[in-house]
Design a protein around this ligand. Structure first.
Ligand code: FES
Length: 271
């Protein structure tokens, strides 16, 4: 005899979803009731069900960004009940499950709010500002297609671990959305940090931190006031210690740049 699977008890939630037809259209919260929520659904699957309902009724589905649906790509960024990526800790929106909610809950879903992340539509924001920061210096100079042997450059274990901690950043923007100043310091610090602790990242180290910080400043992100909301909201739990590390790097690079400029103007220099 085949044992019957216990049936999951479906429940109902009320959704308040930010709807905005385009970048310059006025936006507002619209309420929807969903009565067949399975606790094992992911949050994005729940939005899929909502969109199926809306489509069947001939209404415009809710635009939301997603790709990997497994916490890797960082596109599924939205704020759920006031918290970027919702109720979990160390997870992205796509890794939130509906078992985190109860029958009758009201769930407010809105896009990441920041001047540097303009809304494209509904829950989708333009985060190309992050790409610009990355393009300013988030790379090393190496010939493509000629990867050296992994053991050719010894890296101390502690440095390798630290670099991996920083490299976990998926560029989702939760740090910006969580910060009252919409600061991008945690994102930039992670990108600067992960190359800055490795021997391969030393050649561009000063240039990288100066360029990435000045690009960040030019794109409308706010300043860090050490509230650490960024680390708390980060789906990869990246530590705010990287911000202190970046500030030290930035100061050192600024002094070196100043001394070099002074030496050049007075005709001095190393010699
Ligand atoms: S969809 Fe890729 S991190 Fe959520």
């Amino acid at each position: 005899m085949v044992a019957e699977k216990p049936s999951k008890k479906l429940f109902a939630v009320k959704l308040r979803v930010w709807r905005q037809a385009g970048p310059s259209a006025p936006g507002a919260f619209v309420e929807y009731s969903l009565n067949t929520v399975n606790p094992d659904m992911s949050f994005l699957e729940m939005l899929d069900v909502l969109n199926d309902d809306l489509t069947m009724k001939g209404e415009e589905p809710v635009a939301f960004a997603h790709d990997c649906r497994e916490g890797i790509c960082g596109t599924c960024s939205c704020t759920i009940n006031g918290k970027p990526h919702g109720p979990g800790q160390g997870v992205a929106t796509c890794q939130v499950y509906m078992r985190a909610y109860r029958d009758g809950d009201v769930i407010t879903i809105e896009p990441f709010r920041a001047k540097a992340f303009p809304i494209i539509k509904d829950l989708v924001v333009d985060r190309s500002a992050f790409d610009k920061i990355q393009q300013a210096g988030g790379y090393i100079t190496a010939r493509a297609g000629s990867a050296p042997d992994a053991n050719a450059i010894p890296v101390p274990k502690g440095d390798a671990d630290l670099a991996m901690d920083a490299a976990q950043c998926i560029g989702c923007g939760a740090c910006v959305a969580a910060c009252k100043n919409a600061s991008a310091m945690l994102f930039v610090a992670a990108k600067v940090g992960h190359l800055g602790v490795l021997p391969q990242g030393q050649a561009e180290r000063d240039r990288r931190v100066l360029a990435m910080v000045s690009t960040m400043d030019s794109l409308g992100f706010g300043s860090c006031t050490n509230q650490y909301e960024c680390s708390a909201a980060c789906p990869k739990l990246i530590s705010h210690d990287f911000i202190a590390r970046m500030n030290r790097d930035y100061m050192g690079a600024s002094f070196r740049q100043m001394f070099k400029a002074e030496a050049a103007s007075t005709g001095g220099g190393a010699g």
